[in-house]
Design a protein around this ligand. Sequence first.
Ligand SMILES: [Zn+2]
Length: 292
Amino acid sequence: MRSNVLLALACVLFAGCSKAPVEAPKEEKAKPIEPKVDALRLYVLDCGHIDIADLSIFDRGGAYDGRADKFVDTCYLARHPKGDLLWDAGLPDAIHDAPDGVREAPFTLKVPKTLKGQLERIGVPPEAIEYFSISHSHFDHLGNGNLFKDSTFIVNAKELAHMFRDEARKDAQTFANYADLEAAKKSTFTDSYDVFGDGAVIIVSMPGHTPGHSVLLINLEHSGPVLLSGDLYHLAEARERRTVPSFNSDAGETLASMTKFEELAKASGARVIIQHEDADFENLPRAPAYLD
Ligand SMILES: [Zn+2]
């Protein structure tokens, strides 16, 4: 998703709108902090919805011209006996205060449930999460980045440089959503990172969409391996057609990463989840239910 943010979001974030505020739907109460788990779990979180009036930017060759679509924006909590990892931080929770969403052509962004509220309902509030990582640093994956300033930020070294480069800082509104991560404790990697040291949760570099774009492989005992795509693919059709968005750092790298991803999916036998694909989301249990 493109990194340019969203003038309309200023209305929500800085209360500059002329309309009277609309009361947001109430969220369920937080649970007391949960103790550590004794086996790996994967929670799927609803981190927003993106209605797209014109899908054309999702293929540089025009494969989707003239079409509209709806994307889900997902985040994932991996609970491991040695700690908790949040993968991606979705659209900003502040959009929740605008029930009709925030429009920035060609997108309309909606956040029916806040990430913070969903984590609290599981009993793992943001401040209790030891590790935070991202597929990449676009606005729809780092909208709540600041919530994890006290976690260890596990990040591809090239993505870290990309998200704190001068040009990124000039996109003030997007940057403000994750600026606090600059001072966070960090663990950087180049090729892959075994989060808990036992092969259960592995971040793998798949660059191209951004310079340090990465995917996540989770080896669950009962559900089997699950491979989260990041935005290597934005929709199921992109996987079939190997389409490359027009907003993309390096098309050659992206195509090479697609080959690497398919080899990893085959070798691991993993269930592939395309993070923005509604059909994949529909087939997953929703937090507080989980895969294990
Ligand atoms: Zn995205």
